[in-house]
Write a protein of this length. Structure first.
Length: 423
């Protein structure tokens, strides 16, 4: 299957490895029944567990590890003795490893893809510098690649940090805080985005014996020892969101998802509430999450501040289902794997939908009034563009550019689709 979809690596006489781009065709299928057996574990949870495990002496057994590239990178890089650390396009891996290597006094160069070099990291670097890390920008100030030249001892125990650019900076600092001799208090300034990810960090730290307090705008982490503990990673709710979208758009659906809990550490489990309004009923049955269809609303008002990774999934469902959307909290989408606002605007237009930026904080989603029979979607090197537009194959013939992008978080996405007859 993998062979068929991804145009393959060809070794040319000069021994260069060339990867050719290709597309995947999805067969229009409007009745879906089956189980997405290959839904991976959460990359967010997994990457936190790997960093904390490394800080606790790498003695814990982590069960149900994700096969996502972002996690496989973290697994390989966290204990790497190489000087050059290439995180590719993995944001959490970049931000968490920067704090980890800086505070553990490791001399490293951290780099990534061309897009990674456009994703800001200055707020984290400033915080680490004020803590005592020597960090240089190798190309552009505020962005990777970074050169880490060691840690000269803790200089402060309180840092003021903006909360509205990326919560990953806050999580990165929280996880290293227990090993700092004086612990660390973070005073969060301005709006706090992606808050459930900060809470997830605190909760996984707690699992490994490190307490913290998150009161109003302060995160307080005392100096303490992490203790090794077995840990099991739950399935990925962000990945599950695409199955909710398939259900919402199909004519008939009965889809089962494994290893998900409705009481999850993952903020993206809020997809249950959102999709309840867009026509999906979700309930547990024999340990699996079962998705079936129900009536949907005509409009959706939603604030994505705390679940930015669901923005694309929901926008596509609304556009295709004739549901008008009034959205806030999409600002951070501009600095993710691609500018997701621009990417959505381009691709939604192909099915007759529009994402209108009313002002800096408000977006209106104008749904399509007439869906085309066949569409080719571009993916902008963004796994979520590929996965968010795939559910349209319930309504039209879909072709998706560079399907291999899904490997970042859900490498077997197309294999799971095959089980439903879509590939
Ligand atoms: O901490 C995490 O695991 C993540 C936090 C979010 O990023 P921001 O905090 O930058 O919004 C989210 O978009 C990303 O996919 C994973
Ligand atoms: C934004 C994402 O990832 P990251 O920031 O970790 O690259 C994502 O998975 O949607």
């Amino acid at each position: 299957m993998y062979q068929k979809i991804f145009l393959q690596r060809v070794i040319c006489p000069l021994k260069f490895l060339i990867t050719l781009n290709t597309t995947i065709h999805l067969k229009r299928t409007n009745v879906l029944q089956g189980t997405a057996t290959l839904l991976p574990a959460s990359k967010s949870i997994n990457n936190r567990a790997l960093i904390i495990n490394a800080l606790a002496g790498s003695k814990s057994e982590i069960q149900n590890m994700s096969d996502a590239n972002d996690v496989q990178l973290m697994l390989r890089l966290v204990n790497s003795t190489d000087e050059i650390i290439d995180v590719e396009d993995a944001g959490t891996t970049m931000r968490f490893l920067t704090a980890y290597f800086a505070v553990t006094n490791q001399h490293k160069v951290l780099t990534g893809t061309s897009r990674m070099k456009e994703r800001p990291i200055g707020i984290l670097v400033n915080a680490l510098r004020s803590l005592g890390a020597d960090i240089e920008y190798m190309e552009k100030d505020g962005y990777p690649p970074l050169k880490l030249n060691g840690f000269s001892g803790q200089k402060t125990d309180t840092i003021r940090i903006r909360g509205d650019v990326s919560s990953q900076f806050i999580s990165a600092l929280m996880m290293v805080a227990p090993v700092l001799p004086n612990g660390l208090t973070l005073e969060l300034e301005g709006k706090i985005g992606s808050r459930p990810y900060i809470e997830m960090t605190a909760s996984i730290m707690k699992h490994f014996g490190a307490s913290s307090e998150f009161i109003s705008n302060k995160v307080i982490v005392p100096h303490q020892q992490y203790t090794p503990a077995p840990f099991t990673v739950e399935s990925d709710w962000s990945g599950a969101s695409y199955w909710f979208a398939f259900t919402a758009l199909a004519e008939k659906a009965e889809i089962y998802l494994p290893k998900l809990s409705l009481q999850s550490l993952q903020g993206d489990s809020v997809i249950v509430k959102i999709m309840d309004r867009l026509g999906v009923h979700a309930g547990m049955e024999n340990g699996l999450l079962k998705l079936t269809k129900k009536e949907s609303q005509k409009e959706l008002h939603w604030d994505f501040t705390h679940c930015p990774d669901l923005g694309q999934t929901v926008a596509v469902v609304c556009a295709a289902k004739g549901i008008k959307g009034y959205f806030t909290g999409l600002e951070s989408l501009r600095i993710k794997e691609t500018d997701r606002i621009a990417a959505l605007q381009n691709e939604l237009q192909k099915i007759g939908g529009k994402l209108v930026e009313e002002d800096t904080e408000n977006w209106t989603l104008i749904p399509s009034s007439h869906l085309p029979g066949q569409v080719y979607f571009n993916t902008y090197k963004d796994h979520r563009m590929a996965m968010a537009f795939a559910p349209l194959a319930t309504l039209m013939n879909v072709e998706i550019e560079r399907p291999e992008v899904v490997k970042k978080s859900y490498p077997n996405f197309w294999n799971d689709l095959k089980e439903f007859g879509l590939v």
